[in-house]
Design a protein around this ligand. Sequence first.
Ligand code: CA
Length: 223
Amino acid sequence: MRILVIEDETKVGCFIKRALEEESYAVDLCEDGAKGLQMALITDYDVLIVDLMLPSLPGLEILKGVRQARIQTPILILTAQSQVDQRVKGLDAGADDYLTKPFAIDELLARIRALLRRGSTESPGVLQIDDLALNPATREVTRGGQRIDLTSKEYALLEYLMRHTGRVLTRPMISEHVWNQDFDTFTNVIDVYVNYLRNKIDRGHSKKLIHTIRGSGYMLKVD
Ligand code: CA
């Protein structure tokens, strides 16, 4: 899952980015309002975190620009204690949630999980396909009740596949949602990671869940 953080306070922005990356999210950080809106319009993010007071374009205008472009990505706004009216305006302009600074990072993470749940109506807290289960809150992955240890990127890739079970996911889609803007699309990194994941998820099981769709990409499904 890929998140855009638009926050001009470098310290706060870097703190959020680091905390999200520890949870295996791919994160782009932008410190400028107008540039942040451009990024939100170009890339298919899974969540946007938007500060209200920003240079060049205020957060409210970013919200409006995104919603005017009919982009339904969940948006969480960050506000200062004193900005009650701004918070209301933010929610009215299409924000899904808000958090008042200073905030506890655990609360931010819980709110992001809630927004991701809301994004896909059919997915409950724990993602499940056949005997494979992934719990976004604890980041625990099991198959047939057996715990599977994944690296951060393997986990991020599996979460993306599981949130889109039964759909063909192309390499550009995977790179857009699992890696950040520093990712070099001309490498075979995605195939390498899918193979790592196969070894941990499917090896030794007669029922394979990760499928290669020739000429297209990958799909998670029960055969
Ligand atoms: Ca600010």
